[in-house]
Design a protein around this ligand. Structure first.
Ligand code: ADP
Ligand code: MG
Length: 164
């Protein structure tokens, strides 16, 4: 497995988080998996909203906490938005065909994957969002696997060029 890359940015508004997320969208391919870590209210769903808008999803993107999985089919590629917060057992991942979906035809964003450390995808980008005392978000992305390394590399270059 290739060595991981790390990329870090701060955002001071929800719009800035969505804008950063929007620069990732053009590079997403079927089978890409992004795990989103961070406390409740950190901005994980905001990030997915930015990705969705940039993929061409016009439907409102809401938290999948109660649905576990929400799918958006109208964009450039299918978007799968998971929230594993309400799952208790790793076996429930099979009930929702978690590995089948993330290996499928779209890009997957997963909130609360850290609940299941023994069930990590094969290759994934991990994005950790932390709020500081002033409300700024620190967004740290790290790649696990060669595809995610490549994805993070092009995203980091492009977002630096676009956002400074
Ligand atoms: P999570 O999915 O991590 O629980 P949400 O994305 O649903 O969190 O909510 C994040 C909340 O924090 C929103 O109410 C948003 O307006 C607010 N917020 C404030 N500053 C930021 C920021 N820089 N980035 C993202 N969200 C922010
Ligand atoms: Mg959320």
């Amino acid at each position: 497995m290739a060595n991981g890359l790390t990329y870090m940015r701060n955002t001071s508004t929800p719009e800035a988080t969505k804008q950063l997320a929007s620069t990732l969208a053009p590079y997403l391919r079927p089978g890409d998996v992004v795990l989103l870590n961070g406390d409740l209210g950190a901005g994980k769903t905001q990030f997915v909203q930015g990705v969705a808008a940039a993929l061409g999803v016009r439907a409102p993107v809401t938290s999948p906490t109660f649905n576990i999985l929400l799918e958006y089919a109208e964009g450039r590629l299918p978007l799968y938005h998971f929230d594993l917060y309400r799952l208790d057992e790793p076996a429930q991942l099979d009930d929702i065909d978690y590995f089948g979906v993330i290996d499928g035809d779209g890009a997957s964003f997963v909130e609360w994957a850290e609940k299941f450390p023994d069930d990590m995808p094969y290759d994934y980008l991990e994005i950790t969002i932390t709020a500081d005392e002033r409300g700024t978000r620190r967004i740290v992305a790290h790649s696990y696997g060669s595809r995610s390394r490549q994805l993070l590399c092009v995203w980091a270059n492009d977002s630096k060029a676009r956002l400074g």
